[in-house]
Design a protein around this ligand. Sequence first.
Ligand SMILES: *[C@@H]1O[C@H](CO)[C@@H](O)[C@H](O)[C@H]1NC(C)=O
Ligand SMILES: *[C@@H]1O[C@H](CO)[C@@H](O)[C@H](O)[C@H]1NC(C)=O
Length: 298
Amino acid sequence: MRFYNLGILTVVFLANISYLVSASRDTPFVKGVYFDRIITVVLGSSSYDVSMQDSYLSSLAQEGISLTNFHAIWHPAQPNYFAMICASKGGVLTDFTVDVDGPSLPNLLEASGVSWKAYIENYPGNDFTGDNTKDELYYRKYNPFISMNEIRNNHTLVSKIVNADEFVEDIAKESLPQYVFYTPNTRNSGHLTDLSYASNYLRTKFIPLIKPVLTNSRTLLVITFDESTYFDHFNLKKYNQIYTVLIGPNVLTSYIHVDELRYNHYSILPTIQLNWNLTELGTGDDKKATPLSPYLFL
Ligand SMILES: *[C@@H]1O[C@H](CO)[C@@H](O)[C@H](O)[C@H]1NC(C)=O
Ligand SMILES: *[C@@H]1O[C@H](CO)[C@@H](O)[C@H](O)[C@H]1NC(C)=O
């Protein structure tokens, strides 16, 4: 969004207007209650305790708000990705390639004029529907968007699933959409490497890349993991507990850095619905999730 570079007068001006169309681009801008943009980046399997032992990840938790009781909802990984955009597991319980019927978050964003893109590292583009690339850096199971029939079969929508090279370009052009889902490749996410590799990727590549975005706009960064590595069914507190941190200029960090409420992968979607007054998915699952507390935002 360009508006923020124009100085404080523009920001004040924006505060009274709920919907604006940029004159220079045809990207509509819909003002949100808690944030004007959300970027969710998803790393690969790691448990909360182990993630917090990583010095960089724990320092990021100090920069924003750490959700210290946040849980993935299933093992293996794939259903967690559907949870984030469907408000349900989409009927999927495994990592096998599936085609899923029904609406997902992008349909709601489209209906309300909120721009979005899914940036997937090493995604070959051209509506690629294969399970993975030969080099195994891209796996479809970490790109839930392509498995949604209503997205994959719609030219306008499927073209918004892009290779993450476009992320760099869009930041440079100041044309980052308002909803961003970001999947690092299987090395950078830690899936084929380990947690310290993923942490180092965040520290040296991803965070420096988006720092200007976070300082120039009401952008909320959500760093999360798809699932934990534990299968501890007997300990509700620890069950599938994962590291999730909120960072951004509109996150309240003046006196607290943690929220101990129990959240899970269903919690971000209703927060986004509230933020932009989106309609419901109509899948019946919307109302069960606990959205993030409004008190976490300035
Ligand atoms: C594709 O999606 C766009 C945006 O939501 C919608 O306007 C259009 O009707 C859809 N096209 C088809 C063929 O469903
Ligand atoms: C939210 O959207 C509904 C229509 O879906 C509308 O009636 C309501 O006024 C909107 N609320 C706000 C705060 O914009």
